[in-house]
Design a binder for this molecule. Structure first.
Ligand SMILES: [Ca+2]
Ligand SMILES: [Ca+2]
Ligand SMILES: [Ca+2]
Ligand SMILES: [Ca+2]
Length: 279
């Protein structure tokens, strides 16, 4: 699964007051109501878990700076998901967490701000990106990690939505799902075309943070929700919860991905701590 992450900025004082020694778990997107656009702080820490269990993180990475959007995807198709950064229409993507020069750096999409999406749109095994410009319902997707026009463009859903991507039908390609703001209803589409949802899934609450992934490695992506420090996982599109685990803190942003390349997606969290710099 692929993820875009909206940061939740937590003050240092809050962290210290509430720390209880947990590690966290993570749409890959936070609902618009919880999204923070910018962070002037320090300490953007990714806590990753390789199993669907609570407890401490299996890997911890400090990555990124003050950029607005972190992307997670399998850019080189080796089965391991790694980070990237979207800064306006500038994209920088890495095939590891070590930093250094990005493996891919390019511009894509319109100059207007937009919602980023990540997925394997053409089913060839690697993830690429896309964008839905703010205030529009049009998705522009590319199958190459290079500058150029969109390979696919289509309209889907209303203007105010949370956007997910995943392989909802298990046929090998990723498509789009949206949750209209203020609802708990996910409208999943199985083709990259305009039209009605192929599946509608009611799950959780409108304020839950939602991600998608293949938790049971059956080839189909389903939805998980983050509420407080709990993650509610479903393995089918039934709307029911198959597994509940605790990971991270309520202030963490939920992530999902295959961090170790074993074929299933697990969780992570992004913890952003804003310090008092006196500046
Ligand atoms: Ca990879
Ligand atoms: Ca691809
Ligand atoms: Ca599919
Ligand atoms: Ca699955």
């Amino acid at each position: 699964m692929k993820t875009t992450v909206a940061r939740k900025v937590t003050s240092t004082a809050t962290v210290l007051a509430t720390a209880f020694g947990v590690a966290g778990v993570a749409l890959a997107m936070a609902p618009a109501s919880q999204a923070h656009g910018t962070s002037s702080g320090w300490g953007e820490t990714f806590l990753l878990k390789n199993s669907l269990q609570g407890g401490g993180a299996d890997a911890t990475h400090v990555f990124g700076g003050t950029q607005e959007v972190t992307l997670l995807g399998d850019w080189d198709g080796d089965g391991v998901e790694t980070p990237g950064i979207k800064n306006g229409r500038e994209y920088q993507l890495w095939n590891n967490w070590a930093g250094g020069a990005p493996a891919y750096a390019f511009t894509f999409g319109p100059a207007t701000p937009g919602t980023a999406v990540v997925g394997d749109w053409d089913g060839d095994g690697d993830d690429t990106i896309g964008v839905r410009p703010a205030g529009t319902t049009t998705f522009h997707l590319t199958n190459d990690l290079a500058a150029g026009p969109a390979d696919v463009s289509f309209t889907y859903g209303p203007s105010y939505v949370d956007v997910l991507s995943g392989d909802w039908d298990g046929d090998g390609d990723d498509t789009i799902g949206v949750r209209p703001s203020g609802t708990n209803t996910f409208h999943l589409r199985n083709s990259l075309t305009a039209g009605f949802a192929d599946r509608v899934v009611a799950f959780g609450r409108a304020t839950d943070e939602a991600v998608a992934g293949d938790w049971n490695a059956d080839g189909t992506d389903t939805i998980a929700l983050h509420r407080a420090q709990y993650i509610y996982v479903q393995n089918t599109h039934s709307g029911g919860t198959d597994l509940t685990l605790a990971f991270g803190t309520p202030w963490d942003a939920l992530l999902a991905g295959d961090w170790d390349g074993d074929g299933d997606d697990t969780f992570g969290v992004l913890r952003v701590t804003e310090g008092s710099c006196g500046c």
